[in-house]
Design a binder for this molecule. Sequence first.
Ligand code: UDP
Length: 372
Amino acid sequence: MAALKLCVVAGTRPETIKVAPILWELVRRGIPHVFVHTGQHYSHALREQAFHDLRLAPPHVSLSIGGIPVGHQLAQMTPALRAVLARERPSAVIVQGDTNSALAGALAASAEGIPLAHVEAGLRSFDNAMVEELNRIVADSISDFLFAPTEVSRANLLAEGHDPVRITVTGNTCVDALGVTLPLARSQSTIHARLGLAPRGYTLATLHRPELVDQEERLRAVIEGLTRLGASGRQIVFPVHPRTLNNVRRFGLEPAFRSIPRLVATEPLGYLDFLVLQADAALIVSDSGGIQEESCVLGVPCVTVRENTERTESVDVGASVLVGHSAQAICDAATALSARRAPWISPYGDGRAAVRILDTLCAAELPRRAQR
Ligand code: UDP
């Protein structure tokens, strides 16, 4: 029987962060593997910085498919990934989350007849206008192994008729990554001193989702909300995603953005700096998926600038409030949440998700299946 060999596909900063614990565990167990990066995120800040902060070796294969229109990504990534899989013949392919890279990896594995494992399976916003929702549904529907982070995601999969035998509740690998990295970040990061911040003395903001930042009125309203928060005396630290910066400029919103009182705008930050900033924030305002989870784990309340979420667990435990895109709702939620720090228990697991994922794959006699 051929030895077990796994392929891990990622392409964006959040995927790199969430597959890192799986890559660490593969190394720890001495399991041969191929880490493929599609290049969907290609700037240094969103790519190499994450490898560096997570102590990851560079990917074995870099496809460099970045900087092309979103609608073309799948068409370019899928055949490129098929070629890698045809060459490497892994026993299984692991994809994570809901990006075009994850879907391309899933389609490529499926087309090559290689067992597919989906990490972060079963998340649902029930909003089919989100391309990520469609990516999740398709990836789940063709996966052999559904690694659901929580009981909520498991229930979503069962409600869609997925075979319970394929589902394993693992916890979210972001907890594994955070647990290992936060102590390191605390000892190495100088971000508070560099930005002149006092722990608990600031609100941390991030925005990057197309449904917000590509829409002028929504982006304007959220900048107005941050302006009111700043005017009420809150210091606002805002690492600005490249997409957001482009759109702030494209819509002529830069003067309004730069006028947010007490704003500290930065480039996208490395994971170490960002983790420390999150852990010590008084409040978070964000449209990010991963930050809804991390802030909940870290005990910091999150004003979630979205109409809906696939991270309903954070809302259910009271760590996050959905406010849509209204300036007033942002301010109201900020006031309500500031009084609410961490009486909740995180639903995202115990930091051993990667161990469970690899235990399951190792027990599945994969090499035999791959040779069929
Ligand atoms: N993050 C980071 N630097 C930043 C902003 C975010 O390292 O300046 C990390 C954050 O800790 C989380 C992930 O990036 O792990 C979230 O990524 P993002 O918000 O871009 O994507 P999403 O989670 O919405 O897919």
